[in-house]
Write a protein that binds this ligand. Sequence first.
Ligand SMILES: Cc1cc2nc3c(=O)[nH]c(=O)nc-3n(C[C@H](O)[C@H](O)[C@H](O)COP(=O)(O)OP(=O)(O)OC[C@H]3O[C@@H](n4cnc5c(N)ncnc54)[C@H](O)[C@@H]3O)c2cc1C
Length: 465
Amino acid sequence: MSKPIGLNTIEKLHNIVGANGSTTDPDIIAPHLSEWRGKYFGHTPMMLMPKSAQEISAIVKLADEEKFAICTQGGNTGLVGAQIPFGEVLLSLKRMDAIRAINEADDSIIAEAGVVLANVHAAVKNIDRQFPVSLASNGSATIGGLISTNAGGVRVRRYGMMRNQIMGLEVVLPNGEIMRELSPLRKDNSGYDLKQLIIGAEGTLGIVTAACLKLVPSARNVFAAMASLDKVEDAINALRRLENETGAVSAFEIMNCQAFEYGLKNLVGSKNPLSKIAPFTALIEFECAADTQNCENALMALLGEGLFGEVAISQNIAQFEAFWQLREGMSAAQKPEGLAAKHDISVPISAVSEFMKLAEMGANKIVPNVRIAAFGHIGDGNIHYDVLRPIEMHDDEYRKFIPSISHEINNIAIGLGGSISAEHGIGVAKRDEFLAREPSAQLSLMRKIKALMDPNNILNPRVLV
Ligand SMILES: Cc1cc2nc3c(=O)[nH]c(=O)nc-3n(C[C@H](O)[C@H](O)[C@H](O)COP(=O)(O)OP(=O)(O)OC[C@H]3O[C@@H](n4cnc5c(N)ncnc54)[C@H](O)[C@@H]3O)c2cc1C
C-alpha cells in the first residue's frame, strides 16, 4: 500500500513540473485510471506530466526522500495492469514526446519515452528505413512502455523483441540519478550492459526517458497472404519452408477456427478471403527486396503439395490492410462473445501442437464446453490462448472458474518448458502465479536487485517482484 501524500508534497511536485505538468482534476485523470479492457479501476492523488529527464529526476528524488510511491504510465495499453495506479502518484510520460534526432549514417533514431510507436514508424520513412517492432497497439503504445515491457509483436521471428532494437537508453534511476547512454553504438563490451536490466523491468528499476533505437532497411515490396491449414504442425513446416525459399517472411501469424470466426462475425467490414473457415488460418507477410514473384511461387508450391488448403494473396494495399485488420482485431472481436480467461504463453515451437491439445483438454476438464479462441505468433511459440465461457453460462458464474483454468493452462505451458508470459509481462495480473512458480534462485536475485536499486520501493511497488 502506497503512503498517502499531503498537500505540502503536492505543492512541491507542482513546483517541479509547473502549471501544465500536473493535475488533480478527476476528469483529466479518469482515462488514465482504467485500461481498455476495463479490468482495473485505479485511483491516484495526482497525475504528473513532466517534460524532461531533469524534472523526473527531481520528482524521484523527492519520492525517495519522502517515501511515497510512483506508478509510471506510457500509452496505457499494457495488458497486465502495471500502469494503473492504486494510490501511487501517477507519472505520465505523454508530454515527453519529442524525436530528438534521426541519424541516417548510424541508422538510428533517438525518441523520448512518450513518443507513440506509429510516430517512430512515420518519422523514419523519410530516410528510407523502418523501425521493425509492430503490434496492434501501434497507435497508442509508447517507446517507454514498449521498452519497459520488452514488447514483442508480429515481427519478432525476423527482427527480435524490443530488447534487440535498443542501442542506448536515458533512464532516471530510483535515487534520482540520470543514467544517460544514448550513443548509437552497435558494439560496446565495456562492463555490465545495464540497459538490459531496465528493459522488461516493467518500470520497477527506473523511469525510461529516451532511447536510441536501431533502424533496418525498408522493404521495397510488402504483401500478405492468407492460407488455410489443417494442423499446427503444417503451419510450422510451411513457415520454415517459406523462410528457406524466400528469405523474406516478416510475419507468420495463426488463428484457430474459433478466433477467425469471431473476427469475421464481429469486426465491422471484415471478409474471409478464403472460401471457408479451416481449422487454422495463417496470415503471412513478406518483405521483398525486389519483386514478389519468388515469394508467390513458394506459396503456390506449398499449395500444390497440399500443405495449404487454400491461399489468397493481397493484390493491393487495401487488401493487405484488411488481412491485417482481421488479425489485429482478434482481441476486440472476442469481446461481444463473453468473458474469457486470457493467456499469453510461450512454449518451444516444437511443443505448440502438444500445448494446444493438452490445453483444450485441461480447460474442458474444469468447465465443459468452453470455447477456445487461440491466435498469435507461432514462429515464436507464442500463443494468445483465450478460453471463453460456454455459450449458455453467465459471465458471473464463469468468473469464479478463471483462476483454476489459468492455473491449468499455465501448468501445461510450464510442463512443456514454456513461460506464463511470453510478451505482456507479469505486472499485477500474473504476479501471484509468477511468485509461486519462479525458481527461488532467480526470484531471490531479482529481489536483491530491486532492493539494491530501489531500497524504499518507490517505483511501481506492486508490480513484478
Ligand atoms: C490491441 C493490443 C494489442 C497488443 N499487442 C501486443 C503484442 O502483439 N505484443 C506485445 O508485446 N504487447 C502487445 N500489447 C500490449 C501493450 O501494447 C504493450 O505492453 C506495450 O509495450 C505497452 O506500452 P504502453 O506505452 O501502452 O505502456 P503502459 O501500458 O502505459 O505501461 C506498461 C508498463 O510499462 C511501464 N512504463 C511505461 N512507460 C514507462 C517508462 N517511460 N519508464 C518506465 N516504465 C514505463 C508501466 O509502468 C507498465 O509497467 C497489446 C495491447 C493492445 C491493447
